[in-house]
Design a protein around this ligand. Structure first.
Ligand code: ZN
Length: 350
């Protein structure tokens, strides 16, 4: 994550408490009574209203009651409690408990239940009449954080309160490996499609103790981008050519810090490759922005260095600003480019 979300208090997040009650108070404490009688009033109403829910809740209760030993039940309880402490799993202070370690009769029904629960549950009137809809929570989260671009990559398009629908909620710890965390909003992170579908997918991001950024962390480092490149293709930074192209990865991206979380973020979302491609795509227009400011007679910019500083000042908070700032900062150390800017003043040709 380039930026973490400031978490918000929102009723929808309490669906996790409802699910906790089902798992810990009913499934993990089976007795001679029928499943329905063990449910609290809220769960009972859902159980009576939706056959899908009733069938699966009954089935898992029956497995817990008839097939599991006390030790199996404890393992189930521990896995549920453990795998819902998302922040600790992200920062590496807790290790995940995989579903494959649970009793064989429990694995499939549990996985099926939780993976469908996310899509079904939140769309049921009995749930959203009490807890509100995902889109309501999404809008408030995005608007309170003042995000108009994806906080994960920093530039991808994300929907806002003015959009129809919402951008995807990424299951940060993916459902495939962590079905028990599927409806926990600490694990549901809005991000752009390119981060969510094209890059992250179902990767097990905390495999082998890998530390990752927690997306709702109260403290998150300020990440700055650093860009470097060799001088072999300098003319192509100024003007595109039909006979020569920049090699892929020409721009080397690094960051102002080197931590496990930064490497994981880069690896999961291919951040450095994507930033490098954005510089390649925009390099000529960014160069022209500097030229434009340099030759603008209304602004006192006696040197190309001043012009670069002004462009950075104007654009650092705009779309791609963090990458553009890093790129133009590198420009400042390259005398050939500074000279090129000054030589072409007043001319549209290099
Ligand atoms: Zn993104």
């Amino acid at each position: 994550m380039l930026y973490a979300y400031k978490p918000i208090n929102y009723k929808l997040k309490d669906v996790q408490i409802l699910v906790e009650s089902l798992v810990l108070d009913v499934w993990c404490k089976p007795n001679k009574q029928r499943c329905r009688t063990r449910l609290n009033d809220e769960l009972k109403a859902i159980f009576d209203e939706y056959d899908w829910f009733k069938d699966r809740v009954n089935k898992i209760y029956s497995v817990c009651k008839n097939d599991l030993t006390a030790q199996d039940i404890t393992a189930f309880k521990n896995a549920f409690e453990n795998n819902n402490q998302i922040e600790k799993l992200c920062d590496g202070t807790l290790k995940p408990i995989y579903i494959k370690t649970l009793h064989s009769k429990l694995r499939k029904p549990l996985t099926d239940f939780f993976s469908e629960l996310y899509t079904k549950f939140l769309g049921w009137a009995l749930i959203y009449n009490t807890y509100k809809k995902k889109k309501d929570y999404y809008d408030e989260l995005i608007s309170k954080n003042n995000f108009i671009e994806c906080p994960c990559c920093g530039f991808g398009d994300i929907k806002t309160e003015y959009s129809d629908g919402h951008s995807p909620f990424d299951h940060y710890l993916p459902q495939k490996y962590y079905p028990l965390s599927t409806i926990n909003f600490d694990n549901l992170v809005p991000m752009c499609h390119i981060c969510n579908s094209d890059n992250k997918g179902e990767k097990d991001i905390i495999k082998n103790g890998q530390k990752v950024f927690y997306p709702f962390a109260t403290t998150h480092p300020i990440i700055n981008v650093v860009i470097d490149f060799d001088t072999s293709k300098l003319p192509l930074l100024i003007k595109k050519s039909s006979i020569d192209t920049l090699p892929k990865g020409y721009f080397k991206i690094s960051f102002n810090m080197s931590t496990d979380e930064i490497s994981a973020w880069d690896k999961i979302f291919k951040i450095r490759n994507r930033y490098s491609a954005k510089v390649a795509d925009n390099r000529v227009s960014w160069f022209n922005d500097v030229r434009q400011i340099f030759r603008d007679t209304d602004i006192h910019t006696p040197t190309s260095l001043n012009a670069i500083d002004k462009v950075i000042q104007y654009d650092s908070k705009k779309h791609l600003g963090i990458i553009k700032t890093a790129y133009l900062t590198k420009f400042k150390s390259m005398s050939y480019l500074l000279k090129a800017i000054e030589e072409v003043t007043g001319s549209s040709q290099i």
